[in-house]
Structure formats: structure tokens, C-alpha cells
Write a protein that binds this ligand. Structure first.
Ligand code: ADP
Ligand code: GN1
Ligand code: MG
Length: 371
């Protein structure tokens, strides 16, 4: 680790490195460097190149997004701009990343001190601040200058392709697990049909394409450790053209229930409307004025859609032998899939209540931000 860290433009001497965080994709390490006066921390990541096939394009996106956010925050004289965007540490050769002799691709960020990320939502304030940070992020990127961002993962939120991948995994069944998850496969088929017709009914199939984060789960945001203020959207690898439903839906999926992503006790799981209000009011603070009527109309479906998409992906990975999402224990991807299927059911059952909350937040912020 010391040799890798030495490739980056970090002052002082290497003091320590340890594994960090609970992301499912990259290998993330926390570094500490010291000099006689002080110590400073950094995040060092080995990029998952199975998932991101073109790491140079990926890093081009990340570096442009970071620079654009910095300019936007500085132009508007927002307080503490450096706490509100990821800051890349370049290599000693002024590159965005370093490639080791085993073709490992490494990058480094300043550690955002005085912040915290959560794997699970606890309060309405957290839901609000998480969503507020992602809404502000999307609003600031709306005027990103050309060229378009690279597509880092093709068809990332194409639900039909995700579902086709599940069907292929069921057919090939390399781990012989399909029989034991027949109930989850059946549920998935039912939701696939129901949600596809709901999408058509809501006219939500052809929404405008805008720059979105594409991975707005709760632990991809840093909140102020003292005040809980939403500061910094992180995990910028999937920032690219997409639909508002991906971001709003992922926020609803991860921040509308006080339960873990792999919650085993699904019977006790609940969607809580105070959290739904937090997500809606937080996200729409900066985004309400930008959304078309068609997008607004589709928002109440977004949570069920993203819960279903993640259920399908987790179940596919369980059947495939856990090759995509990192697991800490046997059958964790199955527990994740079950918990997401339960969220689909709960979010779908609350769709009318969710719509009312969204409508009231739209009214609040469209009025507040009217010219
Ligand atoms: P993954 O794609 O594997 O989820 P992330 O980029 O989300 O990787 O990083 C994993 C975790 O590391 C995050 O959830 C967060 O807790 C922490 N983290 C990442 N970057 C920073 C940073 N610059 N400052 C503080 N914590 C960070
Ligand atoms: C992954 O990278 P991470 O852990 O923040 C995944 C998301 C999933 C999420 C489910 C690039 O997010 O799409 O929704 O796990 N990221 C990628 O927890 O596939
Ligand atoms: Mg992450």
C-alpha cells in the first residue's frame, strides 16, 4: 500500500493504511500521512475494472465533474466549498490515476474530514439532507459544458436488460441455486409485469435525459458529523446521462425505511412517511423547478422501480455465484434481494400516500423558486 500511495502527490510521510467503508464495488483504503506539524487522511481506491471496463474514461468523467462542482460552488460563493465536492489527488505525474504492474488502477481523494456516511437511515433529517445533497448535485451539473460524459456502464438502468440477465441466470443456474429461490423468481416475474404496465400507464417510459448521479444510495453521501447537513455526493463513477427516476428512486429505496439493505426480518420492515417526506422535500428543494410535468408525474413510481431493479440485480448475482456485489457472508445477496422485493411491495402499497407527499413538496418548492 505504501508503494501505491507513494505514486500520488501527497506531502509528508506514509503513516498507516486500512480497509475502509462498506461500498459493494471498489477496494477502498483509508491512508494517513504525517509530517512534523500535522497528519492528513486520504481515500485510496483500486477501481473495479470488471465493472468499469474503461477506467481512463471513468476518471475523465470524475475529474470533470469534480472541477465543475468546484467552479459552481465558488461562483455562487457557497460556504466551505471544499467540503461539498470530492477532491482528487493527482499522481506525481499529474494524472488522475495510477496503473500498477498487475494492471490495477488506483485513484486517490482527500478524505472529507468532519463528515459521516450511513448505511441505513435513522431520521427524517438524514433522509432530507441526503436527498438535498443529491438534488443540489444534479442541479449544479445541469450546465456541464460539452462534450457529454462517457457512458461508464452501458445500459446501467435498463430494467428490461436487467430482467433478461436474471432470466439467463435462471436458465444457466451455474451454482444450482434456482430451485431454492423459486419463490423469489416468481415474485420477480409478477413485479416485472406489474411495474412495466404501471410505467406505461404513467407515461414514464420516455422521460427527458439529464445528467444524473445514478447511484444515490444513502451511503454515497457525506453528512456533516456535527450538524448532519448534507455536504458531499460521492461515488461519482456512474454520473452520466440518465433519468431523474434513477436518482429519486434510489433515494426512496434506501432512505424511506429504517431497515438494512440485507434485512432478514422482512415481515417487520416498513415504509415510513416521515422519511418519504424527508426525501421528497430534500430532493425537490433544488430540482422542483427543473422537472417537466411528465417527470413529476412519474416520481411516485421511482422507489418501487429502483427497489425492483436492485432486487433483480441481487438475485441474478446470487444465482451467478456472487461475482458482482461484494458479500461479507453466505447468501447475503439473497437476503438483499428478498429485502428489496419487500420494499417494492411496501412502496407500491404506499404509492398514493407517496404521491400526495411529492405533490405537496413540488408545490412548496415550485412556489418558493418561482421567478
Ligand atoms: P464503492 O463504489 O465501492 O461504493 P465508494 O466510492 O462509495 O465506493 O466509497 C466507499 C465508502 O468510502 C463510502 O461509502 C464512504 O463511506 C467512504 N468514502 C469514499 N470517499 C470518501 C472521501 N473522499 N471522504 C470520506 N469518505 C469517503
Ligand atoms: C452498488 O458502489 P455502491 O456500493 O455504492 C452499485 C449500485 C447498486 C448498489 C446496491 C456501480 O453501489 O448500482 O444500486 O450497489 N454500483 C454499481 O447497494 O453497480
Ligand atoms: Mg458507494
Amino acid at each position: 500500500m505504501e508503494e501505491t500511495a507513494a505514486q500520488f502527490e501527497i506531502p509528508g510521510r506514509f503513516a498507516a493504511a486500512s480497509s475502509y467503508g462498506s461500498g459493494h464495488i471498489h477496494d477502498t483504503y483509508l491512508l494517513r500521512f504525517e509530517d512534523s506539524a500535522q497528519s492528513a487522511r486520504y481515500i485510496l481506491q483500486r477501481i473495479n475494472t470488471q465493472v468499469f471496463r474503461d477506467p481512463a474514461a471513468l476518471m475523465d468523467n470524475v475529474s470533470r465533474v469534480c472541477a465543475h462542482l468546484r467552479q459552481s460552488l465558488e461562483r455562487e460563493r457557497v460556504r466551505d466549498p471544499e467540503r461539498r465536492h470530492l477532491r482528487l489527488v493527482k499522481t506525481k505525474e499529474d494524472r488522475t490515476h495510477w496503473v500498477d504492474s498487475n494492471a490495477g488502477h488506483w485513484r486517490c481523494f482527500h478524505f472529507q474530514e468532519g463528515t459521516r456516511s450511513f448505511d441505513q437511515v435513522e431520521t427524517e433529517h438524514q433522509a432530507h439532507e441526503t436527498a438535498r445533497a443529491f438534488g443540489s448535485f444534479a442541479a449544479r451539473l445541469a450546465d456541464l459544458e460539452a462534450p457529454p460524459l462517457h457512458v461508464t456502464i452501458p445500459d446501467f438502468h435498463d430494467l428490461e436488460l436487467r430482467y433478461a440477465a436474471l432470466e439467463a441466470a435462471i436458465r444457466s443456474d451455474p451454482q444450482r441455486r434456482a430451485k431454492s429461490v423459486a419463490a423469489e423468481i416468481d415474485q420477480s416475474a409478477n413485479w416485472h409485469e406489474k411495474l412495466a404496465s404501471a410505467l406505461r400507464a404513467e407515461g414514464a417510459e420516455d422521460l427527458p435525459i439529464r445528467i444524473v448521479h445514478n447511484d444515490c444510495k444513502i451511503n454515497n453521501v457525506l453528512l456533516d458529523a456535527e450538524t448532519g447537513e448534507g455536504l458531499c455526493a460521492i461515488d461519482l463513477d456512474t454520473v452520466m446521462a440518465g433519468s431523474v427516476l434513477a436518482d429519486f428512486g434510489e433515494l426512496m429505496r434506501t432512505s424511506s425505511s429504517r431497515s438494512a439493505e440485507d434485512e432478514a426480518g422482512v415481515a417487520e420492515m416498513a415504509i415510513e412517511l416521515d422519511l418519504v417526506r424527508g426525501v421528497a422535500r430534500g430532493y425537490l428543494t433544488d430540482m422542483a423547478a427543473r422537472l417537466t410535468p411528465q417527470e413529476c408525474n412519474a416520481l411516485p413510481l421511482a422507489g418501487s422501480l429502483m427497489a425492483f431493479e436492485n432486487a433483480v440485480r441481487f438475485l441474478t448475482d446470487h444465482l451467478s455465484g456472487d461475482v458482482y456485489f461484494r458479500i461479507q457472508r453466505e447468501a447475503q445477496n439473497l437476503d438483499r434481494a428478498r429485502a428489496q422485493l419487500r420494499r417494492v411491495e411496501l412502496l407500491d402499497a404506499e404509492r398514493d400516500a407517496i404521491r400526495k407527499i411529492i405533490e405537496s413538496a413540488l408545490l412548496e418548492f415550485q412556489t418558493a423558486n418561482a421567478p
